[in-house]
Design a protein around this ligand. Structure first.
Ligand code: ATR
Length: 276
């Protein structure tokens, strides 16, 4: 019987996951369909019950349901539970189990540049949901240091205190981060600053950037943010948010099918969608 996969969100019309994942499902000749469902927050519990009743194989959840879904699942893996957000659900013999592939997706996207974090000093900019998934997951990889800078410093402090994994971390104001920027090997921009239409905004000045650094932005619209452009012009390596998006989807696909898919194919698919 044809398997069903889904993504639940509100809004959901602009999700790139259905086209990206239907393409790899057919590429691997898996008889399945991946469908976007617009589910409002008040309907979330009912929707989850319905998906369970029809025996869905797996699904993704996106904004605004990543945290709200947790009480409606039969189990949640430890990392997703500590992050407090689920983006991937697997139907394990009738039990819906939640995972978070955002943080690992981000880290897998760095593999061409970084094989080990043990000698790397990392700076995370922002302290929202995306920062939380990336910071918690990366803290598990034992980097030399992983600091957080945020406009509201107390939120960066709270994130560090909430993390269950031991790490060498401190919270910095944006001004402090600008002054000490040359100390960092990896800089990760996790806010929506620079996203279309406010494309000229950047979260911090890069005047003290280490030119050997890798600068990542989770934004992918535009493909090169002003922040990335300035980093590239200083000679740093840069990466946009397409990698995190593609790899979180690839890791979800692997959890559902046991196949780690062709990420090059997925990346090309996403770039085509962004250009359309
Ligand atoms: P998400 O869950 O998508 O990561 P969020 O929880 O709303 O989004 O977090 C947004 C992040 O962007 C926060 O770190 C926020 O900083 P504050 O905690 O100080 O609000 C940051 N942010 C948003 N707009 C900003 C701006 N104009 N300047 C600096 N930081 C900004």
């Amino acid at each position: 019987m044809k398997k069903l996969f889904a993504v639940l969100g509100d809004p959901i019309g602009h999700s790139m996951s259905p086209i990206m994942l239907n393409d790899v499902l057919s590429y691997y000749e898996i008889d399945a369909h991946y469908h976007p469902f617009k589910v409002s927050p008040v309907e979330l519990e009912t929707a989850i019950r319905g998906l369970k009743a029809i025996g869905i194989t797996g699904f993704n959840v996106t904004i605004p349901h990543k945290s709200a879904i947790i009480p409606f699942l039969d189990g949640v893996d430890d990392l997703a539970l500590s992050i407090g957000a689920v983006n991937t659900v697997v139907n394990d013999n009738g039990k819906l189990i939640g995972y978070n592939t955002d943080g690992y997706g981000f880290i897998k996207g760095l593999e061409p540049y970084i094989s080990s974090f043990s000698d790397k000093k990392v700076l995370v900019i922002g302290a929202g949901g995306a920062a939380r998934a990336i910071y918690f997951t990366m803290a598990k990889m034992n980097p030399l240091a992983i600091d957080i800078t945020n406009r509201t410093v107390i939120k960066a402090k709270e994130l560090i205190e909430a993390c269950p994994f031991e790490s060498n971390s401190k919270a910095l104001s944006l001004d402090e981060a600008e002054v000490h920027l040359n100390e960092y090997d990896v800089v990760i921009q996790t806010t929506m600053i620079g996203m279309y239409p406010k494309i000229l905004e950047t979260p911090i000045s890069l005047r003290n950037l280490n030119t050997e650094a890798l600068v990542c932005d989770i934004v992918y619209n535009p493909l090169e943010t002003q922040f990335m452009k300035e980093a590239r012009q200083k000679g740093a390596a840069v990466q946009n948010g397409v990698e995190m998006f593609v790899y979180q989807g690839a890791l979800a696909f692997e959890k559902w099918t046991g196949i780690f898919p062709d990420v090059k194919r997925m990346r090309e698919n996403v770039l085509r969608q962004l250009e359309a």
